[in-house]
Design a protein around this ligand. Structure first.
Ligand code: NAI
Length: 267
């Protein structure tokens, strides 16, 4: 189940957090993994850890907002590993400020990473994914990191929510568009609840600031209350879902959203 033997994956924003854990799980499942990020030192450490555990991985500097970086990242996958079967559009930013206080410069940065990054990743990887998709049983796969904030409104960060809502529908639209063109590329999104990563910690700080305190522990407790399952998520909860969506076990899934949120959106 959920094996990725012989597959090549490119994961953006995979130096740390959900992306790094996805890289570890994909390598364990038999994939060769290209980790792209702007945090070169952290990314190289993650690669070292995967390789020392017996996995295959490489690091490439990838700022998802730059077309030339995507070209280099795809070249890295094709020249070293022979092609590309899986793209995970994982890199993302969270602002966590009242939208009435956010300037256009900050907004543009958010859009550049959360939306332009997903557009460019999909566009620049499509030719390589198309090629491998035509010769594999269930085609190639793209997994986009959306969020619960891409399904329901976020009082914490409406701007982040707007970008993740965009990712949700870009996922469905590209699934339909690839299908229409006869391309064997499945596209699905994943929708995490609050996950204990650097970004998760940032949401607690933002939640505390919203009520005028710096009591991050209380904010964390408030956040926990929004998850009926009784705990916050960890990166592995999401990584396992991404591996499933990328694997042939999800061969009849495209244009779908996998909600992994501890019940956050069930209420
Ligand atoms: P994180 O902040 O721990 O990691 C994000 C990674 O993206 C970092 O390694 C960072 O260097 C990289 N990144 C940022 N800008 C980049 C750029 N321009 N080019 C390439 N890489 C860049 O965040 P986390 O929690 O691992 O989030 C991963 C994804 O999951 C994001 O898309 C996020 O929006 C989404 N998500 C996270 C949730 C959470 O509670 N942590 C909840 C729902 C969704």
């Amino acid at each position: 189940m959920n094996r990725l033997d012989g597959k090549v994956a490119l994961i953006s924003g995979a130096a740390r957090g959900i992306g790094a854990q996805t890289a570890r799980r994909m390598a364990e499942a038999g994939a060769k993994v290209v980790i792209g990020d702007v945090l070169d030192a952290v990314g190289n450490e993650t690669v070292k850890e995967i390789v020392s555990g017996g996995g295959e991985a490489r690091y490439v500097t990838l700022d998802v907002t730059l077309e030339a970086d995507w070209t280099r990242a795809v070249d890295e996958a094709v020249s070293h590993y022979g092609g590309l079967d899986i793209l995970v559009n994982n890199a993302g930013l969270f602002i966590g400020q009242d939208f009435e206080e956010v300037g256009v410069e900050t907004w543009n940065k958010l859009v550049a990473v959360n939306l332009t990054g997903v557009f460019l990743g999909t566009k620049m990887c499509a030719p390589a994914l198309r090629e491998r998709g035509n010769s594999s049983t269930h085609g190639s796969a793209i997994v986009n990191l959306a969020s619960v904030a891409g399904l329901v409104g976020s009082q914490l960060d409406p701007l982040y929510s707007m970008t993740k809502g965009g990712v949700t529908l870009f996922t469905k639209s590209t699934a339909v568009a690839f299908g229409r063109k006869g391309d064997r590329i499945r596209v699905n999104s994943i929708h995490p609840g609050v996950i204990e990563t650097d970004m998760g910690a940032h949401t607690f700080v933002a939640r505390a600031a919203q009520v005028g305190t710096n009591d991050v522990e209380d904010a964390r407790a408030q956040s926990l209350k929004m998850h009926p399952i009784g705990r916050l998520g960890v990166a592995d909860d999401i990584a396992l879902g991404i591996v499933f969506l990328a694997s042939d076990d999800a061969g009849f899934m495209t244009g779908s959203g996998l909600v992994v949120d501890g019940g956050y959106t069930a209420q």
